[in-house]
Every structure is written in structure tokens, then in C-alpha cells.
Design a protein around this ligand. Structure first.
Ligand SMILES: *Cc1c(COP(=O)(O)O)cnc(C)c1O
Length: 376
């Protein structure tokens, strides 16, 4: 048996007729940029989230950057981001000329630690970007509380959490603004790069829409200078076919996660606490922690199980942030987690046999490596 980390082909096979027709429709109408397919997806995604408007753009990284610009955040400003996330979150902050300040994360759930956010606030802090990492919602009440006290903007990074919920509300509808990525491997993925933004304040929303399209709402009426970061018609059409399936796919991920949890607990793995609300977590990633990760991963690969690592090092430890100015405050929890996390196969189309096989192989791999490392 071979279990891939992700199987985008299986998903395509289940939708081939509809996807092909939707893409052919865009080609026939030549609405490659903007136009009806994009408007239709923006409306559908907004309705699914329960917000009045969402704004398509080129990718998730751009969406964070454009939101920061729309809020007027730039040189001299600090933005608090978690130390454990994909680099886009902090990169976007640097790209607008502001300074990313890394907050530590919580053990076992890996999301940003609200106490660490409180500790990092200075008179220059303008915003915080909670990342619903792996599909697990951040403790938004605490983040909103810090933000209220210090007048910070809250930009939710929902790239890994389409459909996750905090206190019953979908993530992306809780802060001042939210960023979504539709990178192919995300819970809702396009067939190329794509992203979108959600903004609570209609004036800021208008600004974000302009920034993403050369500072214009209507053609040739450039109110400001912006950039070119647009959702294209083919991506919008693919996303439009997939969106009605997203809730079902998230439910399948939760089912696989429950099965992993049960089996791995029986095998003696330490399973993190799961949210009380079963619909809160969308398991973009199912991670376990292991000692000697490289050996465990190699052993799994030899036995037919592909894995990945999200992410091998906490951001402040990367070369990109070595000369980051002020001595970085340590993020020991994030650093320790990044040294141990291993992401197991997770995609809606997996079946129970695949989950069972992964658990069995993981157990074997851990036992083999433990035996090896205890040799003199
Ligand atoms: C994927 C991702 C992004 C960026 O999305 P792209 O569409 O690849 O630019 C941002 N933040 C997080 C946490 C992500 O996982």
C-alpha cells in the first residue's frame, strides 16, 4: 500500500466533468481576468462565509500585504505574528516596510499564544495577525481583547482554515479583516495561485479592492497607485465548482482525524486536546510530534507513507530573520514544536484503510528509530 501525503488527482477525478466544463466556459467566453466568473465566485464565497463582500486577489500572500497597506500600515510600524507559521505571514509585513514581531505559540495546538501577544505589544504595534494554523482556530476572544486595549487591527490569516469556527463563528468573520489562500493544496484549492480578502469596514474594503487592481475600481480611474494582484477567471471557475463540496470535505477530514486520534491514542501517542465544538477544527494538517523526525519520516517513506513537515524551523530562526534588528525575543514553545512536528497524510478522499495503515506504519517507524537511537 502507498499513502500519498495529499491526492489532488483523486479530487479531480471526482469532479472532472464539472471542472472541465467550467474551465471550457471561461475559455469560450475569454473572461480570463475579472468579469463574470470572478464576480460569481466572490459572491458565492462571501455568502458561504456570511459576509457582505469578499475581494479576490492573486494569492494568499498578496492578500495579507494588501490588507496591511489598506490599513495604512508601513515603515515604523510593528505587526505581531506567530513564530510558527508559513513565512507569508511575516513576509507580507516586511514587504510593506513594517517590522514583524514574533509571538510564541501554544504547546500542542500550535496557534499563537495570546499572553505572548500581550507581552510583545509596544507603542509602535499597529496590528496582530492570528494564524488559524493547521485549521485550528486561534483563541480569538483573547486576541480581540488585546487588540481593543491597544487599538490594534486584527487580520486573520485563514489560509489553512476555510470553514473553521471560533465560538460558532466562521474564522475570517471575527477580526477587522481576513486573508484566504486558494493555493492548490489548501482545504479549498484552485488550479494555480489564488486568494481573497474579507474586510469589515467598507471604506477599507474599497481601498483593498483598489490596491489589488492598480488603484482603480472603474477602468482608468486610478485614485491611488496599487498593484496587479487579481483572481483570474479560470481559478474562479474551478473554485466555484469546488466551493459547494468544501463543507463535506472538511467533514471527511474531521472523520479521518478522529480515527487517527483514536488509533494513535491506543498506540500510546499523546493526542492534543481537541476543540469542544467538533466543527471548530478543519484539519488542514494532521500533525504528530516525534523525536528523531528525520529517521521516522524516512522509515515511513520506505514503508509506503508520505509525510511532510509544517514547519521545520520557527520563523525567527530562519536565515531571513537573522539580521532582524532588535534581538529577537525567544519563542521556545514554537521552536520546540517545529523540531518535532510531523504531518501525516490528510485529504478528504482518504479511506479508513489508509488511516489505519498510516497508524500502523507510524507505530512501527517510531519503535524502530527508538530502538536504533538507544543503541550505544
Ligand atoms: C499558504 C499560506 C499563505 C499564503 O498563501 P499563498 O496563496 O501561497 O500565497 C499564508 N499563510 C499561511 C499560514 C499559509 O499556509
Amino acid at each position: 500500500m502507498h499513502v500519498p501525503f495529499l491526492d489532488l488527482q483523486a479530487q479531480y477525478r471526482s469532479l472532472k466533468g464539472e471542472i472541465d466544463a467550467a474551465m471550457q466556459g471561461v475559455i469560450d467566453s475569454t473572461s480570463f481576468i475579472g468579469g463574470e466568473p470572478v464576480t460569481r465566485f466572490e459572491q458565492a464565497f462571501g455568502a458561504w462565509l456570511g459576509v457582505p463582500e469578499c475581494i479576490g486577489c492573486g494569492n494568499g500572500t498578496d492578500s495579507i500585504e494588501i490588507l496591511l497597506r489598506a490599513f495604512g500600515i508601513g515603515p515604523g510600524d510593528e505587526v505581531i505574528v506567530p513564530a510558527h507559521t508559513w513565512i507569508s505571514t511575516s513576509e507580507a509585513v516586511s514587504n510593506v516596510g513594517a517590522r514583524p514581531v514574533f509571538a510564541d505559540t501554544l504547546p500542542r495546538t500550535y496557534v499563537i499564544d495570546p499572553q505572548s501577544v500581550r507581552d510583545r505589544v509596544t507603542s509602535s504595534t499597529r496590528a496582530v495577525i492570528p494564524v488559524h494554523l493547521f485549521g485550528h482556530p486561534v483563541q480569538m476572544d483573547e486576541i480581540l481583547d488585546v487588540a481593543r486595549r491597544h487599538s490594534l487591527k486584527v487580520i486573520e490569516d485563514c489560509a489553512q482554515a476555510h470553514g473553521a469556527r471560533w465560538a460558532g463563528r466562521k474564522v475570517g468573520t471575527i477580526g477587522d479583516a481576513a486573508s484566504f489562500s486558494f493555493y492548490p493544496g489548501k482545504n479549498l484549492g484552485a488550479y494555480g495561485d489564488a486568494g481573497c480578502m474579507v474586510v469589515r469596514d467598507p471604506e477599507i474594503a474599497r481601498r483593498a479592492r483598489m490596491l489589488a487592481n492598480h488603484g482603480q475600481i472603474r477602468k482608468h480611474e486610478h485614485e491611488i497607485e496599487g498593484r496587479n494582484s487579481r483572481l483570474d477567471g479560470l481559478q474562479a471557475a474551478v473554485l466555484g465548482v469546488k466551493l459547494p463540496r468544501l463543507d463535506g470535505w472538511n467533514e471527511a477530514r474531521r472523520r479521518h482525524a478522529r480515527r487517527y486520534d483514536q488509533q494513535l491514542a491506543t498506540l500510546g501517542f499523546d493526542i492534543p486536546p481537541r476543540p469542544v465544538d467538533p466543527s471548530a477544527h478543519v484539519f488542514h494538517i494532521y500533525a504528530v510530534e516525534v523525536a528523531d523526525r528525520a529517521r521516522v519520516a524516512a522509515s515511513l517513506r520506505d514503508n509506503g507513507v508520505d509525510t511532510a513537515v509544517h514547519y521545520p524551523r520557527a520563523l525567527p530562526e530562519l536565515p531571513a530573520y537573522r539580521d532582524h534588528g532588535l534581538s529577537p525575543q525567544p519563542c521556545p514553545v514554537a521552536s520546540a514544536a517545529c523540531a518535532r512536528v510531523l504531518s501525516l497524510p490528510m485529504y478528504a478522499e482518504m479511506d479508513d484503510d489508509a488511516v489505519d495503515f498510516v497508524c500502523k506504519q507510524l507505530n512501527g517507524a517510531v519503535q524502530r528509530t527508538t530502538a536504533k537511537s538507544s543503541l550505544p
